[in-house]
Every structure is written in C-alpha cells, then in structure tokens.
Design a protein around this ligand. Sequence first.
Ligand SMILES: [Zn+2]
Ligand SMILES: [Zn+2]
Length: 164
Amino acid sequence: MLCEKCGKNNATTHIRTIVNGVVREINLCGYCAAEEGYTSIGHNSLAGMLASMLGDVVTPQIASEEVRCPVCGATFSDIAETGKVGCAECYKTFNRELLPYLKRVHGSTKHSGKIPNRAPLTVKEDSETVDSLKLELNRLVSEERYEEAAIIRDKIRKKEAENE
Ligand SMILES: [Zn+2]
Ligand SMILES: [Zn+2]
C-alpha cells in the first residue's frame, strides 16, 4: 500500500484518528507521518527522516483511546476544556472522572469565580474637566512647557468634542 499523502513511499504507518466522532483512518509513509506530527520521536524533520529510513516505529499521539460519551460524543477532555457536560449520559460515562470536579463546583453555579480579578484597564479621566484642563494649559504655557501644553490642549479638544 502506498502512502496516502505523497503516493510515492510505502505506507508503514497506520493512523487512526477520531474527529468529531468520525473515525478516520489513514496510511502514511514514515516521512509523511513524521511530517504530520505522528511520531514518537518528535516533530523535527531529522527525526522524521530517521524514522522513515528505519522503516519506523511510530506511536501515533492520538487520543483515539479516549472514552467518548455514546450519546453526544464528548470526551472528558472536551468537558474539562469547556467546563460543560454535553448531556446526561456524560455523567454516567465520566462519572469517575467528573466526581472530583463535581465536588469542587458543588454549590456554586457561578462561572465568574474562574475569572481572575483584574484592575480596570482604563483609567478614568472624568475628574479632569475642561475648565481644570484649561487652567492646567495656561499654567504649562506660562511655564513654557509647550509639549505638555499640546497634550493638554488635545485633551481639551477631545473633551469638547465629546460634550457636543
Ligand atoms: Zn508519504
Ligand atoms: Zn454526552
């Protein structure tokens, strides 16, 4: 059998993946398999070439062994990732895996706990009124601090535009 990717070399690697619950089987030569990242050695091309030369012993790094919910097809890692259980059957399927998780979230339906408290990103400048900025502008001009004055002047223009 020839490699399904390059069609040149003999397929030495049988890869089975499950994508969205659909089993996909593909036969690749060692080089293509390595190129696709299906190698126990690593992702670099030298390892890939080596694997191809040796006729390779490739261990597909695929989660095909992962248990799936028979109803919705979710894996536990799907659930862990999204924090959502696909269906009622998931509770049965992943009972053992979900148990510590369920205990942890028990009594709390809030999701906000996951979001770290952050300081507001924007600093409010509402305390700066146009009048106070104009005073500041006059002061800076009188001190010949024109660069700073220009910044203040822009602020005043912006504020005046907002107020219109
Ligand atoms: Zn190939
Ligand atoms: Zn399910």
